[in-house]
Design a protein around this ligand. Structure first.
Ligand SMILES: Nc1ncnc2c1ncn2[C@@H]1O[C@H](COP(=O)(O)OP(=O)(O)OP(=O)(O)O)[C@@H](O)[C@H]1O
Ligand SMILES: [Mg+2]
Length: 279
């Protein structure tokens, strides 16, 4: 079965970008403000190609109570490996490499394009009880002065794939600010440090399809992914360098559960787990 098409393809292949990110000369140009971990904006140059990237050194990772210290960079690379395996290309090329502040993850910088004035965007807060045409409801939210609004996201096939990917990688932090629409029409998700925990950590804005049947294309993709996660497969060898055996087993179990139900993940509690603030 051929991999699903990317929407649309880029100039350099992802494999070429991985070489650029891995082998290129890394120059730190600045620091992204307001992030919980050290996030450095860099340029990376290799032969006649140059690109902007983020470099998140392991030494700059903020310790978390529920994840072992110094493992977020590997999780970001493992998330990229799964995104590549799906063929959906939802995560920018991400590698593990050495840099001026030691080992860290390096990821292609995506210059996000804000929606035009008449374009709806991916998320919205609306005053209505029901989402409008082309929107999916997430939850009601307090918006101050005792008022509530309905948080909605776009009924967008790229977001729908991302919702499936997040369920697979067990993403604990899918915020609106981590959705980057690129000028070429592709949508990228970023910030996959809190993923692959063995416990259910799914915290996302993308609950709009919860409980609905997975699209046939997603089911085919999960079938292919399950085969690639078989013991001894190349993807598993790669993942074993990045996450623990128990985390790989939990990943297989999540893929199996999605295939068995054929449904988009539903929140495990009474309320959907939503990152706050949502953007
Ligand atoms: N690949 C990328 N392309 C473009 N911008 C990026 C990329 N990676 C990170 N950024 C920018 O840097 C910010 C911080 O990065 P990121 O969210 O990965 O780090 P974090 O330490 O987990 O931050 P946060 O506390 O916001 O979760 C992002 O919100 C985004 O603005
Ligand atoms: Mg984060």
């Amino acid at each position: 079965m051929p991999a699903p098409e990317r929407i649309p393809p880029g100039r350099l292949t992802d494999a070429e970008l991985v070489t650029l990110l891995t082998e290129g000369r890394l120059t730190v140009l600045g620091q992204v403000r307001g992030a919980s971990n050290a996030v450095l904006y860099c340029s990376v140059a290799y032969e006649d190609e140059e690109a902007a990237c983020v470099y998140k050194p392991v030494a700059g990772e903020q310790p978390l109570w529920d994840f072992p210290d110094g493992t977020l960079a590997q999780r970001e690379v493992a998330a990229y490996a799964i995104s590549e395996s799906t063929g959906w290309g939802l995560i920018p090329p991400t590698v593990l490499r050495d840099g001026p502040y030691g080992q860290g993850m390096c990821q292609l910088w995506i210059e996000a394009e804000p929606p035009g004035e008449d374009e709806p965007g991916l998320l919205a807060l609306v005053e209505d009880e029901e989402p409008g045409e082309g929107w999916k409801a997430v939850a009601f939210a307090e918006v101050g002065e005792g008022r509530t609004a309905l948080l909605v996201h776009a009924d967008d096939p790229r977001l729908r794939r991302l919702a499936v990917l997040d369920a697979v990688i067990n993403n604990g932090d899918r915020k609106g600010g981590h959705l980057l629409p690129a000028p070429d029409g592709r949508l990228y998700g970023i910030d996959h440090g809190v993923t692959f925990h063995t416990d259910d950590k799914l915290r996302t804005l993308l609950w709009g399809w919860a409980g609905e049947p997975l699209p046939a294309e997603a089911v085919e993709t999960l079938d292919r992914l399950a085969a690639e996660l078989a013991p001894g497969a190349a993807l598993v060898t790669r993942l074993a360098e990045l996450i623990t055996a128990a985390e790989i087993e939990a990943l297989r179990a999540r893929v199996s559960a999605l295939r068995a139900t054929g449904l988009h993940r539903q929140p495990s509690g009474e309320w959907p787990a939503i990152p706050w603030p949502p953007v």
